[in-house]
Design a protein around this ligand. Structure first.
Ligand code: AMP
Ligand code: MG
Length: 480
């Protein structure tokens, strides 16, 4: 069998960039590749044939026909500190041209060391790779732009972390892996030409409508600012906490990337942090929009030489573009929250109505997802009995009556905007624990309900409960 029976249709444009942007690097073969999960639906969209897909191909033991394995160079601010990074445990196999003409990166995560590995072993553990699979696919089903997961294979080798763990490789699928950090790398270690090559490349891939325009670099900056404002607003709307919003984990495409220490918030509290390494709460839920703005400032800085030949003018253009971020975020957030509350039209006081609800939720430690679920289906929850809530509810009902749309239309909007189910931390952990012991059924059930979060079906009820109060505070680790 030739590998092309799998349906690979590669055209590797990134490999044609100046060679400072990557190092050609083959994956290191593993002992005994075994497919543990394969995303057939996604494979079909990519033009890949599920039945012909061998574990060897997604473990790096065989290179798919037309692939140009390489590790990408990038830099990044990690918790505010600037570092040279690069794919230390990821290898891009190539860009799959899909049947509908899209160009999609196919990347292995955990395939062995690369020239950028510095200290690490280039490998990944089964738990963290399955966690990325579950959460990225859940994000996609929630309607949030994200990298996707095609498969997880185990390697037949153990890796050393706090304990020994089964090694695994995730096949990550993304509209590209260009990051703010890729531009920081070009600005710091490349010539101006290299930066320009990269910017033109990013425009061609993600903002083709501005190709050839004179002010295309300012427009690129504005485009990324807009997509990131909208993305982070979507995170806020479902209580998603990324956990490691370093500039190397912010994409130019506007997709969510890097599911390391991320988790979903149960009880509404803007100070919520899950990551064990985020001791100062830099990446807390309520801080995400500010960090988004901070990261975009780093992007603007990297782009400065392209914005204008005169440095002062360049800075002015960058500041102008950046000043749009808070309003873009707020508009996306308020509009999204309106939909969550069944509101179609706009009134100036909506912002107050929304923040009053959030304040009540915080004060009474209400579950974020279930509060909106209860409002959608008119079910009582504890919050409904609290002081101040009746008042708010009356205000909300009065607000709903000030729009033309029917009550039914309003409820439908709420059903479509409020997920019944999110990947609850204790449910994800339960699935991972079973999977690491060899039982994948718990995970498969979870993936099935997560695939349709707006269905509001009876079977989903069991997955809606927050962790029991006796559970220890949830902590996530980087999963390296
Ligand atoms: P990540 O958490 O995957 O975004 O990793 C952040 C940086 O650390 C990237 O430059 C990775 O390539 C590098 N890194 C993380 N884990 C490993 C590992 N096990 N081996 C080599 N490099 C790693
Ligand atoms: Mg990363």
């Amino acid at each position: 069998m030739t590998t092309n029976e799998s349906g690979w249709n590669f055209d590797n444009s990134y490999a044609r960039l100046p060679n400072i942007f990557f190092s050609l690097q083959n994956p290191t073969p593993v002992k005994e590749p075994k497919m543990v999960i394969f995303n057939k639906k996604l494979a079909k969209k990519l033009g890949l044939h599920s039945d012909e897909m061998k574990a060897e191909l997604l473990a790096g033991n065989e290179i798919p026909e037309g692939g140009t394995p390489l590790a990408q160079a990038y830099a990044g601010h990690q918790f505010g500190h600037f570092n040279m990074l690069g794919d230390g445990r990821a290898i891009l196999l190539g860009e799959q041209i899909t049947p509908d003409g899209n160009r999609i990166d196919i990347q292995l995560k955990g395939p062995g060391r690369t020239p950028y590995s510095r200290g690490g072993d280039g490998r990944a553990g089964l738990g963290p790779m399955l966690r990325e699979y579950i959460i990225s696919e859940a994000m996609h089903a929630l309607g949030i732009p994200t990298t996707r997961s095609l498969a997880v294979v185990t390697t037949g080798e153990q890796i050393i972390r706090e304990t020994m763990q089964p090694g695994a490789i995730l096949t990550r699928v993304a509209s590209s892996h260009l990051r703010v950090g890729t531009f920081q790398f070009a600005a710091n270690w490349g010539k101006k030409d290299n930066l320009q090559n990269l910017a033109d490349y990013a425009i061609k891939r993600h903002y083709p409508e501005i190709e050839g325009e004179n002010d295309r670099y300012v427009q690129l900056l504005k485009g990324v600012i807009k997509r990131q404002a909208e993305l982070i607003a979507k995170w806020q709307m479902v209580g998603f906490i990324h956990g490691v919003m370093n500039t190397d984990n912010m994409t130019i495409s506007g997709e969510t990337i890097d599911y390391g220490p991320c988790a979903f918030m149960d009880t509404y509290d803007p100070a919520t942090v899950f990551s064990s390494i985020d001791r100062e709460g830099r990446y807390a839920y309520g801080n995400q929009p500010y960090i988004g703005g901070w990261n975009l400032s780093r992007f603007a800085e990297a782009l400065l030489p392209l914005l204008h030949d005169d440095e002062d003018q360049a800075v002015k253009l960058a500041e102008e573009a950046l000043s749009e971020f808070p309003e873009l975020f707020e508009t996306a957030f308020i509009n999204g929250m309106r939909a969550k509350l069944g509101i179609f039209n706009t009134e100036k006081e909506d912002k107050t109505l929304i923040s009053e609800l959030l304040n009540l939720m915080q004060k009474h430690k209400a579950d974020f997802t279930n509060t909106f679920r209860a409002l959608t289906s008119n079910q009582e929850t504890d919050l409904f009995k609290e002081e101040g809530f009746t008042n708010w509810h009356e205000k909300w009902q009065a607000r709903l009556s000030r729009q033309e749309e029917s009550k039914e239309a309003s409820q439908q909007l709420m059903l479509d905007s409020n997920p019944a189910i999110i990947p609850r931390n204790h449910k994800v952990e339960e699935a991972l624990e079973a999977a690491v012991k060899g039982d994948f059924t718990v995970m498969e059930n979870l993936l099935q309900v997560l695939a349709d979060p707006y269905a509001h079906t009876q079977e989903q009820t069991e997955f809606c409960k927050p962790a029991p109060p006796s559970a220890k505070p949830y902590r996530t680790f980087c999963g390296t």
